[in-house]
Every structure is written in structure tokens, then in C-alpha cells.
Unconditional design. Structure first.
Length: 155
């Protein structure tokens, strides 16, 4: 045995429009809040990236101020980047990378290969065989790009 009921509501069209407007406003506010949260999150990610990577900060600035990119500005920015890296402890490895780059640029190919192989051995000793393999792969690419193989005479 089923019980059926029927209800009929009547409302003034002004009340219906008011309710629809209220629902629309609530929906729009929710969308705006979601968009604001997303913008805030993006801004925080950008801030984090820019504050930990000085060169990214400078690149971001130059993208938005391209007229500032003359040779004097580029040199000043380069000096500033080095200064920032000097005083930012979390970017100390940037300094190490720059020193390695400076050291390596005057080495011949066999010496570079030896250096990379030595670094790969250090990686292996420190339980990083994947990184060591990746470094050796880079060394092989470097050797083939320079036309050097261990059996060929040094350049």
C-alpha cells in the first residue's frame, strides 16, 4: 500500500527572481573565491621560484621590462646574480657550478672526460648509481661531440 501526496507551491514571480538572483550571486562568489585561491597559489609558487633562483627573478623582470636589456644592464645583472648567489646559502651550489664551468672551459677533452668520470665515481661511492650513470651518459655525449674516444690520440 503506497501513500501518495501532492504539494503545490505558489510563489510570486518577484520572489522567484530574487531566489534565482541569490543563487546566481552565491555561485558567482564561489567561482570568484576559487579563482582567487588559484591566483594566490600561482603567486606563491612564482614567489617561491623567484626567491630561490636569482637568475629566474632577473629573467622574469626582463620579460616584463624588455626595454631595460642593454649591454650595461646585462652585465650589471650578471654581477648582481653572482652577488646574490654569494650571500644566499641555498644557492651555494650555483657558485660551485660556476667554478666548475670556469675550470672546465680551459681543459682539453681527455681532461674533461677524466673529470666527469671522477665525479661519477664519487656519485657511485655515495650510493647514487643512477646519477653516476646519467653523468657517464653525458660524458659519452661530450666525447662524441668533441670527436674524442679513449683510443684516439688527445687533441
Amino acid at each position: 500500500m503506497g501513500v501518495w501526496a501532492r504539494a503545490q507551491l505558489t510563489a510570486d514571480t518577484t520572489d522567484i527572481e530574487t531566489v534565482v538572483c541569490l543563487q546566481r550571486r552565491i555561485h558567482d562568489e564561489a567561482l570568484n573565491e576559487q579563482a582567487n585561491r588559484q591566483r594566490q597559489h600561482q603567486a606563491e609558487e612564482l614567489h617561491q621560484a623567484l626567491s630561490t633562483t636569482p637568475t629566474l627573478t632577473l629573467a622574469y623582470w626582463l620579460i616584463h621590462q624588455p626595454q631595460a636589456a642593454d649591454p650595461n644592464t646585462i652585465e650589471a645583472l650578471s654581477r648582481l646574480t653572482r652577488e646574490i648567489a654569494t650571500y644566499a646559502p641555498h644557492t651555494v651550489w650555483v657558485q660551485v657550478a660556476h667554478l666548475l664551468q670556469t675550470f672546465v672551459q680551459d681543459l682539453d677533452t681527455p681532461a674533461r672526460v677524466n673529470l666527469v668520470d671522477s665525479l661519477a665515481q664519487i656519485f657511485t661511492r655515495n650510493d647514487q648509481p643512477e646519477l653516476a650513470d646519467h653523468l657517464r651518459s653525458i660524458a659519452r655525449q661530450m666525447q662524441s661531440a668533441d670527436g674524442y674516444s679513449p683510443s684516439s690520440p688527445p687533441r
